[in-house]
Design a protein around this ligand. Structure first.
Ligand code: NDP
Ligand code: GDR
Length: 348
């Protein structure tokens, strides 16, 4: 049985990847951060008490800022594959926490790569490594962006991802590590964090439709993104580690839509006009914006034999339907006298 270690297992991608790996018969070990509240909502449906027979997913405390902890974890788990999905992943937040983002999203990757290199050298057991690289690294480069597009990062987050990208390439070239960068364009789902724009929109659509919210405040509506579905994209991650030779890949749908178009479609799905509800609040503008991301993934698709299964229309529909149901449940709770708070999203 293959063993995989996943950092960022509690995130959107971590949860879908874990489902995929378990379905393929893997034993999955996830690194989670200690928090004063539970942060495992997205993977709770996969959890079995490790004392019971048949448990295939195991969770370990750890943090990308803690090199010795990472080393101990690799030693303990002895994985054949490591997926580094952990990161401070919010672009706007990276402006408020630039150094922290560099530490976790940038240096964290180096700490993990060094732990793997050391383990592999000593044991001669191969560990394949996946790095969650991002289309944000292309930043200001004009579309379409692909493997040959020079990076021009536009945020502390994107700069940290560029650092991790090159550390991954260098570990492959210098130490013969099986290490791949998956440069993934935006991918969303009903499990997307609520401060990313697609989920912020679909959450608001559900709540507005149910009469729980009256307005949706957004920033730059003109930004364009190449949006796919996270469930499809984690398949590409896994495929990258099943090839004979390690290399880098770009994963995208090849279609881009503006934030305004996403909002228009999401509101229209419940019979509402987005113009009646969306207001602009400059606090959501970024010091430097990434205007237009459109992926050129043709070569990667051929190499991996991968195609996205979910269209833009299906993605929006699935997210709106899920958030409508969530708002219905909230309404029922409120009617029963429970307090349901719209969680504070600050300036994100
Ligand atoms: P999420 O923000 O949903 O998840 C991030 C994960 O990283 C969470 O599990 C989080 O833990 C964990 N994490 C945060 N800080 C640390 C830390 N200091 N040490 C260890 N773990 C930490 O991101 P996604 O699932 O959307 O993305 C997965 C990865 O892919 C990220 O690296 C992201 O930057 C990258 N990426 C994402 C794209 C997208 O469109 N979704 C596109 C391209 C790249 P906790 O739950 O405790 O906060
Ligand atoms: P992004 O995603 O920055 O592309 O990073 P996000 O959804 O945060 O922003 C997309 C675009 O929407 C504009 N926007 C807003 N964004 C947010 N969050 N909130 C708003 O109110 C709002 N209004 C307009 C933004 O300015 C931006 O142009 C995501 C993350 O998952 C990264 O980790 C990942 O690497 C990239 O996608 C690819």
């Amino acid at each position: 049985m293959k063993k995989a270690l996943v950092t960022g297992i509690t995130g959107q991608d971590g949860s879908y990847l874990t489902e995929l790996l378990l379905s393929k018969g893997y034993e999955v070990h996830g690194m989670i951060r200690r928090a004063s509240t539970f942060n495992t909502d997205r993977i709770d449906h996969l959890y079995h008490d490790p004392h019971e027979s048949g448990a295939k997913m195991f969770l370990h405390y750890g943090d990308l800022s803690d090199a010795s902890g990472l080393r101990m974890l690799i030693e303990k788990v002895q994985p054949q594959e490591v997926y580094n999905l952990g990161a401070q992943s919010h672009v706007k937040v990276s402006y408020d926490q630039a150094e922290y983002t560099a530490d976790v999203t940038g240096l964290g990757t180096l700490r993990l790569l060094e732990a793997i290199r050391d383990y592999q050298d000593r044991t001669e057991l191969q560990v394949k490594f996946y790095q969650a690289s991002s289309s944000e690294m292309f930043g200001a480069a004009p579309p379409p962006q692909g493997l040959h597009t020079p990076f021009h990062p536009r945020s502390p987050y994107a700069v940290a991802k560029v650092y991790s990208y090159w550390q991954t390439v260098n570990h492959r070239e210098a130490y013969d590590l099986y290490a791949c960068n998956g440069i993934l364009f935006n991918h969303e789902s009903p499990r997307r964090g609520e401060t990313f724009v697609t989920r912020k929109i679909t959450r608001a659509v559900g709540r507005i439709k149910m009469g729980l919210q009256s307005k949706l405040y957004l920033g730059n509506l003109d930004a364009k993104r190449d949006w796919g579905h996270a469930r499809d994209y984690v398949e590409a991650m896994w495929l990258m580690l099943q090839q004979d030779v390690p290399r880098d890949y770009c994963i995208a749908t090849g279609e881009a839509y503006s934030v305004r178009e996403f909002a228009e479609r999401a509101f229209a799905q419940v019979g509402l006009n987005h113009e009646d509800y969306v207001e602009i609040d400059p606090r959501y503008f970024r010091p430097a914006e990434v205007d237009y991301l459109l992926g050129d993934a043709a070569e990667t698709r051929r190499a991996l034999g991968w195609v996205p299964k979910t269209s833009f229309e299906e993605l929006v529909r699935e997210m709106v339907e899920a958030d409508l149901e969530l708002a219905r449940q909230e309404k029922t709770l409120i009617a029963a006298g429970h307090q349901v708070a719209l969680k504070g999203v600050g300036n994100t």
